[in-house]
Structure formats: C-alpha cells, structure tokens
Design a protein. Structure first.
Length: 321
C-alpha cells in the first residue's frame, strides 16, 4: 500500500501535466501513487505517462467532469491518504510531506495547506487565497462555521478539495464522493467533509498553486453555471436536513449560499460582455437564488443592519445630515 495517492483529472491539458506530476513527486518523503484520470481528451498522454513508474493511467470513454474523474481515482487508489490536484496546477515541494506529518501526529481526518493563485499574464504575480501562520486544530463545528463564513475570525478555509490531504478510510467510511458532470463540484463534497470530520489540521507555510488558466471551465460562463448553482445548494440543504443539522447550521448555509451567488455574478460579468445576455443571466441567477432560500429563514439569519447594507451598500451609516 502507498502512503499517498494523488488523483489528477485531465482533459486537453497535456502541456501542463508534466509540471503537475513533477511537483507532486519532487520532495515527497513517502511513496506516492499518482492516478491520472483522462476525461475523454482529444490529446495523447502516453509519452508523458511512460516517464513515470508511479503513475496509473485511467482513460474514460465519456467526460464525467472533474468530480467524476476524482471519484474514479478514489475507488482505484491504494493508499493511506488521498489528495486531488488539477492538471494545470502544482504544489510546493514539501506540500504533501508537511501535511502528512501533521496528520500522522494529530490523528486528524484531513490536513489543509495554503493556496496561491498564479496568473498567466504575469508569472511573478501571486495572490494568496488561503494561508496559515501556525498549526491549527479544528473540530467539525468550528471547521464548518469558518468555511461557510459564519465566523469571521481571521482564518480562511475555502471549500476547495485540492489544497487538502484526506484519510482515504475517512472518505470511504462516510461515503463522501463528488458530484459528477457539474460545476462547483467541490461545494457539497466540502460540506459533507466539514460535517463528518472529528478533527482537521491546518498546516502552515506550504502551498497549493492554482493556475488561473484562460479557457478552463472555471474561467467561463454558461447557463450551466446558474443551473448547477441551484442544484448544488438544493442538494446541500437536503443533505443537511437529512443529517438533522440544518436548523443548527442554517446561518452558515445562507452565508455560504450568498457568497457563492456573488461569485456567480462576478464570474458572469468577467466572462460575458454582451449587455442583453448579462441581463438574461442576472434574471436566471436571481431566480436560482430565490429557489434555494426561504425568505423567512433568510431574514432570521441577518440583523436589520446587515439587511440595510444589502439595500444601501454605498451608505456607511444611517445618520441623516
């Protein structure tokens, strides 16, 4: 059995794959199994794959999306720990080693590193999306409330699957898998993880590098983004209700929902320039948002001042001069 399996979905990203695999291998102190899952690409990866003895290659006959490819990787892995890396991204040379050491020491179910976003138009520019200045141990309740932005305590935990290492037995025992053929496939997965863990460890000074590649599925906008936003948040609500925790964690649900609705709108304005199409998508997005919230519940989760700031975002106070 390997110490670590790293699942890498690929779809027409041949030019980035070698950098990704090399970053996973270099500097790791543990035997690593790399599982490359090809989502029905038009490209041939044989030359790259043949360079490595530790790479297992699985070719899919249809594109199941990143979530489907990761699920295939989970079921075909043979390791104590499992991680996910996108094929156009890379990791620090000590990334997995540092996280695994803290997982072994702490007995946590998952370990989390930082995230840096690398921009294609300036190779020297990096945006830190998540960082830890020291080791943190979090229980399920704290992890959920920080991740959903219910708590604003100076610690950020994005609902990403790629800057983490998981005990494979934890995912399998709790039947935690990704949604397939959908955008935002990390969201329900991360909610399930947050509500199922006993303990998570946040690891300082090591980073996963997200490459903001032009043309990737996260750098575009279609009606599917709106539809999947609706479907996933309805699924999150249903999952939380099934676990009988929705009332307890309702504020986090609405904070989480609102945050990602705002990201949908930002994504729309970044990648769609036609005014009429923008307005059509805004209407569709508002309809989707209305379908995943209950207005009375929503009002309960916010103070009147919070609600006023939604209506008057440019007005800092209510004093009339």
């Amino acid at each position: 059995m390997y110490k670590l399996s790293v699942v890498i979905p690929v779809h027409n990203t041949q030019q980035y794959l070698k950098r990704c695999i090399d970053s996973v291998i270099i500097g790791q102190d543990y035997p690593v199994e790399i599982i490359v899952v090809d989502n029905n690409s038009d490209e041939n990866y044989e030359t790259i794959i043949n360079e490595y003895d530790c790479v297992k290659y699985i070719s899919l006959k249809e594109n199941m999306g990143p979530g489907g490819a990761r699920n295939i990787g989970i079921t075909n892995s043979n390791s104590e720990y499992i991680a996910f890396c996108d094929s156009d991204d890379w990791v620090d040379s000590n990334f997995y080693t540092d996280i695994i050491e803290m997982l072994d020491d702490s007995g946590a179910d998952i370990g989390i590193g930082g995230i840096k976003r690398n921009l294609p138009y300036n190779s020297n520019e990096r945006i830190i999306k998540c960082r830890f200045d020291k080791k943190y141990l979090l229980n399920s309740d704290m992890f959920y409330r920080i991740m959903t932005k219910e708590y604003d305590i100076g610690l950020m935990i994005p609902p990403s699957s790629v800057n983490r290492v998981y005990r494979r037995s934890f995912l399998e025992d709790n039947q935690i898998y990704f949604q397939e053929r959908k955008y935002y496939e990390d969201l329900l997965f991360s909610i399930k993880v947050a509500l199922s863990i006993n303990k998570a460890v946040c690891v300082p000074n090591t980073y996963y590098h997200h490459y903001k590649r032009i043309g990737s599925i996260t750098q575009s906008f279609t009606q599917q983004h709106v539809d999947n936003f609706r479907e996933i948040f309805l699924d999150i609500r249903k999952y939380m209700q099934k676990k009988c925790v929705f009332e307890k964690y309702m504020i986090g649900y609405y904070k989480f929902c609102e945050h990602f609705f705002n990201l949908v709108i930002r994504q729309l304005f970044e990648y769609e320039q036609d005014e009429n199409i923008r307005k059509q998508y805004i209407k569709a997005a508002l309809d989707a948002f209305n379908s995943v919230i209950d207005f009375d519940e929503y009002m309960e989760c916010y103070t009147s001042e919070d609600l006023r700031k939604h209506i008057q975002p440019l007005i800092e106070n209510t004093i009339i001069n």
